[in-house]
Design a protein around this ligand. Structure first.
Ligand code: GTP
Length: 355
């Protein structure tokens, strides 16, 4: 879930309360025509509009769920229609019937408060026109009772609104935090825990981005620590881990930040040199080899030297074919091992490209 889907869900929740509001108003408008509390002016224009409007909005929302209706505007229009309806009925009476006014007020307060328990603006938009009309028709004779009837649910809804806002904020913060953690976990799943370099998954992820940019020529370097089994067997696995960590850091330091350094296997690394020519790629490979040698990690069981050393195979990445480039660099690495280790071998295919 993202912050956008969260906001969409909140809007959807409000639209649900609007549907309830429309439904109750349609029922109420129908009822006031069929069985009115006062038998004058059953079919007023506003109550007919009210019925048609409520049903149309309901049907429209049903049909196109993505189209959101402005809740406050609809509530205000419906409140005004009810006020107009009350005015027409009251005008037709020989004398103002207080019971009629109270029932009319309670009806809209009831509909407003159960529909908009969490939406204070919509509640007042629906109830204020009716309240004002009743106060005016009653000429203020019972204003404390009328205002009390509105203030009581109004206060309850305000408190509920504040609590709900705080809950929503809390949930949103919690969701942001979870999304952040999810991103961190995704990042971690792309890194090798021992060396902090990319693992194969991280490499694939970065590769897709780089190939998408299609900037210049790229080269694949496959690097393997020489006689590392002998190192582990003689110095222990923990010293082996330390050596791996130091070698990883040396490789990382020897290349540019835009190059991708990956722990490709146990003591095997892969570097993708991006947007570079063949000459510089070979120079970079040589720099890596020298940096690792200069670490001076003693390895008395290395047949070729007394230090930890690396062998490197290089191949060009042609036509975005990473599998082919890896195959060629692996062959080149094999040759580097065969020619005595602590050395670099350039893929024959690359030689022919350069010739
Ligand atoms: N300490 C440690 N050792 C590892 C790790 N991953 C792989 N290794 C060791 O790396 C060694 C690799 O040995 P081999 O594949 O036989 O190669 P090598 O001894 O380096 O010989 P050449 O590659 O031919 O020079 C094995 O002993 C593995 O146990 C690791 O995470 N930590």
């Amino acid at each position: 879930m993202t912050a956008t889907t969260w906001r969409a869900l909140l809007k959807e929740k409000h639209q649900l309360s609007l549907r309830l509001f429309l439904l109750l108003n349609a029922v109420s408008a129908g009822f006031s025509m069929v069985s009115p509390s006062v038998n004058t002016q059953r079919f007023t224009l506003p109550v007919i509009i009210l019925l048609v409007l409520s049903l149309s909005c309901l049907l429209w929302q049903w049909g196109s769920k993505k189209q959101l209706i402005n809740i406050n505007a609809v509530s205000l229009i419906i409140g005004l229609l009810w006020a107009w309806h009350i005015y027409i009925k009251a005008s037709a009476m020989p004398a103002i019937d207080l019971n009629f006014l109270i029932i009319a007020l309670l009806a809209i307060l009831f509909i407003g408060s159960i529909s908009f328990i969490n939406n204070i603006q919509a509640f007042f938009a629906a109830c204020l026109p009716v309240t004002t009309m009743i106060l005016w028709l009653d000429q203020g004779a019972h204003w404390p009772r009328v205002l009390y009837s509105v203030a009581l649910p109004g206060f309850g809804i305000t408190v509920q609104h504040i609590i709900q806002k705080r809950n929503d904020n809390f949930t949103r913060r919690l969701m942001d935090k979870l999304l952040e953690e999810k991103e961190t976990l995704t990042d971690l799943s792309m890194l090798d825990p021992l060396t902090g370099l990319y693992n194969r998954r991280g490499f694939r992820n970065r590769l897709d981005t780089i190939l998408g940019l299609d900037a210049g020529q790229h080269f694949v370097l496959l690097l393997d620590i020489d006689h590392f089994k002998a190192y582990n067997d003689n110095y222990g696995h923990s010293m082996g881990d330390q050596a791996l960590t130091r070698v990883s850091a040396a490789i990382r330091d020897a290349v540019r930040s835009r190059d991708i350094v990956t722990r490709y296997g146990g003591e095997e690394f892969m570097v993708l040199l991006t947007d570079i020519d063949a000459e510089r790629a070979i120079q970079t490979a040589e720099r890596i080899r020298q940096r690792v040698y200069d670490l001076n990690i003693p390895h008395l069981f290395n047949d070729t030297d007394t230090h930890v050393t690396l062998s490197i195979g290089i191949a060009a990445l042609e036509q975005q074919n990473i599998e082919e480039a890896l195959r060629e660099s692996d062959t080149a690495l094999y040759q580097a091992k065969r020619q005595g280790r602590n050395s670099i071998f350039v893929s024959e295919a690359l030689f022919s490209t350069r010739a």
